[in-house]
Design a protein around this ligand. Sequence first.
Ligand SMILES: [Zn+2]
Length: 348
Amino acid sequence: MSQRKIIPFYAEECQEFFELFFVDKLSQLGWGNFFIISVERTWFIFLKSRTESDLLKLLGFLNTRMNLTEDEAKQYLYLKKGYEGEVAFDLLTAALDCEMYILNDLMLEINHSKFQIDSSLIIQDTIFPCEIKNFEGNYFYKDGEFHFCGAKTPITNPLHQVKRAETLLQQYLKKNGFSFRIVPYLVFINPKFFLYQAPQNDSIIFPPQLSSFMKKLNSKPSNLNGMQRKLADKMIADHIIESPYPKLPSYEYHSLRKGSTCAICSSFHIACGERKVTCKDCGFEEEVESAVVRSVEELMLLFPDLKITTNIIHDWCGVVESRKTIRTILKKNFKAVGYGQWSIYEKM
Ligand SMILES: [Zn+2]
């Protein structure tokens, strides 16, 4: 391994991209969520993935299929924006070429307290937990609090979030016998963010400082040894999968708009051909099988207790005329329980 480049694996599209181009060189190692891809003499190490949370996916589906209340729509946009900010940060760290481990979107627990870290960079003897904020517009800082211009009350203080994560991470490292230094950062990623009376605080990175921040990280002397890997592995193993959802909009099967939607623009204007479905709005084409599988997964997330049958999926997808086609796709991609037309399908 003469040169090693480590980049975060933040989205399924990214994996598809690499598989498409480097499929012959892809070798998946059997530990954690790490993939190592060799491209000529450069090595990429993909660490813990960042994908949309189930809650964000679910709200996105509901936003397409029903009218959300103002509060629900707000919650959805807030989560969506946060996720987009994190992905934007991943793109920046992806360009770094010093040796490091990057772990995205970790939820850990210590002494019955859970804490979340948007992005953790492990370089040499230091861990840099980064809290990413995708705030947009004008804010001001007064008496230690952040305010949105025009709002009466301060927002949840992101510096307190950073401090809390740092304290809990400290306890976590100590309990697990690691002696890494912790240098936390609060990163404002959106170029349209402005903070009046900003505090002079080295742990806050404002949008115009992002490129020098990346340069600074890149210039850190780094030589990965087993210790960093051990820590990365431990944190990935301890990652807590999202707990049950907070307040969700109320919905039921019959109240949702049915029909397959476009994978790109979520439009319901889909035409189904023999092999492909085509979006009449954006022109995106997708294999029928992939569109049906996507619809089934959506339905499973929306209604975890619903028994998935050919008839239900025929009704849910709407555009696929042939029940036989649906049954074939279900049989191929899901586990059938029972026989014939009474079969129900579950995740493999
Ligand atoms: Zn479309």
